[in-house]
Ligand binder design. Structure first.
Ligand SMILES: [Zn+2]
Ligand SMILES: [Zn+2]
Length: 260
C-alpha cells in the first residue's frame, strides 16, 4: 500500500508499545497541532482570523501556555482574540448597562424598585441570555480541537482502509494491546460503514477479544500494584505493575495524560 501523510503515522502508532494506538495517534497529532499554533503560523493573518474567531478550549490554551515555545506569540494571539471577543460580547450583551455606579449608591440594595432600576435595566435579561448562549456556543469551539477532530476522522478512515487492504497491517493490528474503551466503541460503531458484512464481523470480534484480553491483563497488574503495599510483598518484583494505574486509567477512559 502506498504510503501517504496519513498512513505513516498510523503505522507508527500501531507499532508503538501502548495501551491504545488511536490514543497514541491523537496524542502525537495533538502535540504537533499545539506546536503549529505556538509556532510561526501565529503570525500569519489567515491563522489569526481563525484563532480570533474560535480561540482555544481550556485544555489547549493550557497546553499552548505550558509549551513555553513562544510567550510573545501567545500574547499576541490572546490579545487580538480578546479584542475580537470583547466586540462580540458587547454586541450579544446588547442592552446591558455598563455603568454600575447607581447600584452601589446608598439604599440601592434595599429598594431597587423605587430607584427605577428594573425599568432602566429592561433590556438586560434578554441581552444577557444571548450573551450566555454565545458563550456556550463559543466554549465548544477551538482551533486545535477542530484540526484534531478532522484529522482523527481521516486516521480512522485510514485504519479501516489499511485493515481492508494490507495483510501486514491486519497482523500488526491483532498484535497490539487493543484499544481504550472509548476507541473500542468508536471502532466497532464505524466498522459497519467501512467494511463489508463478514469483514466487519471479524473486525468487531478481533477488537472485542483484544479489549477483554487486555483489560484482564491490566486488571491483574493493578491488582498486583495494590498487593505490593502489603509488607509481605515489599521485596517481590513489581513486574509490569509500576505504571499499572496510569495504563488502567487510560484503558478505561482514553485519558492519555496520566501516562506521560
Ligand atoms: Zn484510545
Ligand atoms: Zn481544544
Amino acid at each position: 500500500m502506498a504510503e501517504t501523510i496519513y498512513t505513516v503515522p498510523v503505522s507508527e502508532a500501531f507499532e508503538a508499545d501502548c495501551e491504545c494506538p488511536v490514543c497514541e495517534l491523537r496524542r502525537r497529532f495533538e502535540n504537533e497541532t499545539v506546536d503549529y499554533f505556538a509556532g510561526p503560523s501565529l503570525m500569519e493573518p489567515d491563522t489569526r482570523i481563525v484563532t480570533n474567531d474560535t480561540g482555544f478550549c481550556s485544555r489547549h490554551f493550557g497546553m499552548l501556555f505550558t509549551s513555553q515555545a513562544n510567550k510573545l506569540g501567545l500574547g499576541l494571539t490572546l490579545d487580538t482574540y480578546m479584542q475580537e471577543q470583547i466586540s462580540r460580547i458587547k454586541k450579544y450583551a446588547g442592552g446591558v448597562r455598563l455603568d454600575l455606579s447607581e447600584d452601589s449608591e446608598d439604599g440601592a440594595e434595599q429598594a431597587p424598585a423605587k430607584k427605577g432600576l428594573f425599568k432602566k435595566k429592561a433590556a438586560a435579561p434578554s441581552g444577557a441570555k444571548n450573551l450566555a448562549g454565545y458563550i456556550r456556543k463559543h466554549e465548544c469551539e477551538c482551533a486545535v480541537c477542530k484540526k484534531l477532530d478532522y484529522t482523527m476522522d481521516r486516521y480512522i478512515d485510514i485504519i479501516f482502509h489499511m485493515y481492508r487492504g494490507d495483510k501486514n497491517f491486519r497482523e500488526k493490528f491483532r498484535n497490539t494491546k487493543g484499544f481504550c474503551l472509548p476507541h473500542t466503541a468508536l471502532l466497532i460503531e464505524t466498522s459497519g460503514k467501512k467494511l463489508s458484512g463478514r469483514a466487519a464481523d471479524e473486525f468487531c470480534e478481533t477488537v472485542s477479544a483484544l479489549l477483554i484480553k487486555n483489560l484482564e491483563r491490566i486488571e491483574k497488574e493493578v491488582d498486583w500494584f495494590t498487593k505490593k503495599f502489603d509488607y509481605r510483598n515489599v521485596d517481590k518484583d513489581w513486574g509490569n505493575s509500576r505504571d499499572a494505574l496510569q495504563r488502567g486509567i487510560q484503558k478505561m477512559t482514553g485519558n492519555i495524560d496520566v501516562t506521560k
